[in-house]
Design a protein around this ligand. Structure first.
Ligand SMILES: Cc1cc2nc3c(=O)[nH]c(=O)nc-3n(C[C@H](O)[C@H](O)[C@H](O)COP(=O)(O)OP(=O)(O)OC[C@H]3O[C@@H](n4cnc5c(N)ncnc54)[C@H](O)[C@@H]3O)c2cc1C
Length: 384
């Protein structure tokens, strides 16, 4: 077993780390305060080669794996998970095309996004369909050579910025999960961003309703087969959860670094607070959690690249890394004392940003459901 990154991975990690230090960290508080996506910065990220990493080169992408994409994600998130959520959600949205799209769909939809600049949005959640994806009420009706899409999605990252939407809609609501299909919907007539959410954290990301009002798309925009929507959504999340875990790890590492630095600077009782064993123990716990997180997301991403079944490992990585980010960012505030509670220091933002990690891409309760089902299904198989 080899724990070392290869030269190409190290170079990519260095590129992302330098980009973050120069372009993201210095402006993170500003964009958090404004609650806006810094689009010029996202474009720069694209031009620097830090987006679309896992898309094959023939469609204009980086031609690398999920592991490389996650390494970059950890670095960007170190600077600001609000900002890094934009490329992460974009990556989530293009995954159904990579997993189940036709050659023609990949050429037509991925190439322009990679060669020019464009964002995609993943549209699964609805007001009545959060954890229960089978309750999707958006409909897709076949009309000759077209589908007509109607419905409202909510909490969609990149909702008002995307040029391409991957949309999960029901062709037959009586069939529940088996009635769902996945579609490619370009921005255009009938596609409107609705309410923009004002959020607790990750405020430099864009979260909106997306309304589909009699949107006509060619039949060729169906991803996979009719009725495969739920399967495609779940496969997409299995792949993408490592990225969420990597982002959570970047946030946790930032919280640790800030806590170490502050504890060496802050003097109480005539010495830096880092001289107190109580503080050292907090830092030690934080460091163990950061290292564990990284191992978990690397394993899940590696399994994805090896085309191994990784449902349980992805759910474990997402759940553990998100819980860790919440935990470690709270510990960082404790190390800062009262100053940690103030907006003049970066750690209160880390805690606000971390909370979302436990909610999106499936709540951490749902991850535990996935893990539990995986364990009990494996146990019942071994009995047979
Ligand atoms: C900022 C933000 C960005 C997002 N971006 C996107 C996006 O780009 N695309 C997209 O499609 N969605 C997106 N989401 C939606 C997100 O995935 C959902 O919010 C999430 O899946 C939970 O759904 P819900 O909010 O309806 O909560 P609910 O499903 O109503 O859950 C409420 C509570 O009940 C618990 N719960 C529900 N069912 C169960 C169960 N069976 N077992 C145990 N506990 C359960 C949940 O864990 C939670 O604690 C985003 C959400 C946010 C907040």
């Amino acid at each position: 077993m080899d724990f070392a990154l290869n030269e190409e991975q190290q170079a990519l990690q260095k590129l992302a780390r330098e980009f973050t230090a120069k372009e993201i960290t210095p402006v993170a508080a500003h964009w958090d305060e404004r609650g806006e996506v810094p689009m010029e910065l996202i474009k720069k990220m694209h031009e620097t080669g830090l987006m679309n990493i896992q898309i094959p080169e023939k469609y204009g992408g980086g031609g690398l794996g999920y592991l490389e994409s996650c390494l970059v994600g950890e670095e960007l998130a170190y600077g600001c998970t609000g900002i890094s959520t934009t490329p992460m959600a974009h990556s989530l949205a293009i995954t159904p095309i990579l997993l189940a799209g036709t050659e023609e769909q990949k050429q037509k939809m991925l190439k322009p996004i990679c060669e020019e600049f464009g964002l995609a949005a993943f549209c699964l959640t609805e007001p009545g369909a959060g954890s229960d994806a089978g309750a999707v009420a958006t409909t897709a009706r076949l009309d000759g050579d077209h589908y007509v899409i109607n419905g409202t999605k909510c909490f969609i990252t990149n909702g008002s910025l995307a040029r391409l939407y991957t949309v999960f809609a029901s062709e037959d609501r009586t069939k529940g999960l088996k009635g769902l299909s996945a579609f490619l919907v370009p921005a255009g007539p009938g596609v409107k961003a609705g309410k923009e959410e004002k959020k607790l954290g990750q405020r430099a990301s864009n979260t909106t309703e997306v309304v589909f009002d009699d949107v006509r798309i060619p039949r060729a925009n169906l991803i996979g087969k009719s009725g495969e929507g739920f399967k495609i959504a779940m496969m997409t999340l299995d792949n993408a959860r490592a990225a969420c875990a990597a982002a959570a790890t970047g946030l946790s590492r930032r919280a640790l670094d800030e806590a170490v630095r502050y504890s060496n600077e802050r003097v109480q009782f005539g010495q830096p607070i880092s001289a107190q064993q109580a503080i050292q123990f907090i830092l030690a716990d934080m460091a163990m959690k950061v290292e564990t997180s990284r191992l978990m997301y690397l394993q899940a991403a590696w399994m994805t690249d090896q085309k191994m079944k990784q449902t349980v490992q992805s759910a474990m990585a997402k759940c553990l890394c998100a819980d860790t980010a919440m935990d470690v960012s709270t510990m960082a505030i404790q190390v800062f004392g009262g100053y940690g509670y103030m907006k003049d220091y970066p750690v209160e933002k880390l805690m606000r940003d971390a909370k979302l990690m436990q909610i999106y891409e499936g709540t951490n309760q749902i991850q535990r459901v996935v893990i539990g089902r995986g364990l009990t299904a494996a146990a019942s198989r071994s009995k047979g």
